[in-house]
Design a binder for this molecule. Structure first.
Ligand code: FEO
Length: 384
């Protein structure tokens, strides 16, 4: 696939993967993108997952009609992109690796050699002259690993953005970009909002016509849409108005209260109510929704003097991704000593700018008249 006269796609689609990064379901697979950039010399941008080494090397060979590339640029050392670097170096013994200093330390850890005689170490604003085309490297430390660089091709006005602007799903998946890009972003990069903001500031000074990420489609139109979403996500701003209700329920009584709250909110004209069962639905989707909307209700049982395990996992997932700037309401259930609200507030004690509703709904085993009054009060507060 040609992206411009000088930039060719040589990545692969993965439809065999069960869990991306060992935890994320990817029903439409995954793409590991890789690019050939041609000047008088030829660079390959990043490698691919270990299961696709041969297919990737075949793609390079076909795109170059058997010629050997001069460089491999390693923007990111996570193995979904770096695992085939050693096979490339073996196949092309005259090629050199272009990467950050931190990346070479990781190359040594992964491959037992840092290719000392074949290194080109690059840092902020360093360039690689391919002859008729100069690539400029921009450091993107902690987006979302420390060694990351992104690359700007001024000739074709392309930003090679590493994992930035990536999404779940193979390139042949016909699906909405934002949904799977948001789930990817908050799952994998969400903790690192400040470094992403730094990168967006650097990118703002570049004239960009195309974004070539390491996952998901090449973005060629309406780039402001994608950049605006990345700005919202990385600044922990609210993207959409609405309420997310995330719950666990053992015998169905907490669930009944959740469905009642959903009904009340809808009757009051809430623009969007999303309900997710944390034991059965995709946890990454629940995390994504919690960051997308401004208001969150956590409904759970007291369990072993703590909270139900799936809720603990969820709240931990929010906390470690720097969940902030949101309103939270709590529905707690406990047959003899409900303590879930106290536990949740303790878990989020250090989270910034969290406002709790005045109403906490407390159920002792099953809903009653008092519960209904509390749910009404909670809904009123959420609608403010
Ligand atoms: Fe796509 Fe962070 O690896």
């Amino acid at each position: 696939m040609k992206i411009t006269d000088s930039v060719i796609y040589v990545g692969v689609n993965d439809h065999k993967i069960d869990l991306f990064e060992g935890q994320y379901v990817v029903p439409n697979g995954m793409a590991y993108n890789s690019y050939i950039i041609k000047g008088e010399k030829v660079a390959v941008m990043d490698s691919v997952d270990i299961h696709f080494t041969d297919e990737w090397l075949d793609n390079i060979n076909a795109a170059l009609s058997g010629d050997a590339p001069d460089y491999i640029i390693v923007q990111h050392m996570e193995p979904d992109h770096s695992a085939s670097v050693d096979a490339f170096m073996e196949k092309y013994p005259d090629a050199r690796i272009v990467a950050s200093k931190q990346a070479f330390a990781m190359i040594s850890n992964f491959f037992g050699t840092d290719y000392k005689d074949r290194q080109i170490i690059v840092g902020e604003n360093d360039t690689l002259d391919l002859g008729g085309r100069v690539l400029t490297f921009v450091t993107a430390s902690m987006v979302h690993w420390p060694e990351v660089i992104v690359t700007y091709d001024a000739q074709d006005k392309i930003l090679f953005s590493a994992d930035g602007f990536g999404k779940f799903g193979a390139l042949d998946a016909d699906e909405d970009w934002a949904c799977e890009a948001r789930r990817y972003y908050f799952g994998i990069v969400g903790k690192y909002g400040a470094p992403v903001q730094n990168l967006l500031k650097k990118a703002a000074s570049l004239e960009i016509e195309k974004i070539c990420p390491l996952h998901g489609p090449i973005l060629t139109e309406n780039l402001g849409y994608y950049i605006n979403l990345y700005n919202i996500w990385s600044s922990y701003s609210v993207e959409s108005e609405g309420v997310v209700i995330a719950y666990t329920s053992i015998y169905g009584n907490t669930k009944k209260a959740v469905l009642k709250l959903e009904e009340i909110l809808k009757a009051k004209g809430c623009p969007k109510v999303t309900v997710t069962d944390l034991a059965r639905d995709d946890m990454a989707e629940a995390i994504e929704d919690a960051f997308r909307y401004g208001k969150l209700v956590l409904a759970t049982t007291t369990y072993n003097s703590d909270i139900f395990p799936f809720m603990r996992t969820f709240v931990d997932g929010l906390r470690e991704r720097q969940y902030q700037n949101r309103t939270i309401g709590i529905i707690e259930n406990g047959s003899w000593f409900p303590t879930a609200a106290k536990v949740i507030k303790g878990m989020l004690e250090k989270s910034k700018d969290i406002t709790y509703t005045d109403t906490t709904v407390t159920i002792k085993s099953a809903m009653n008249e008092e519960t209904l009054k509390q749910l009404e009060a909670l809904a009123d507060e959420l609608m403010k």
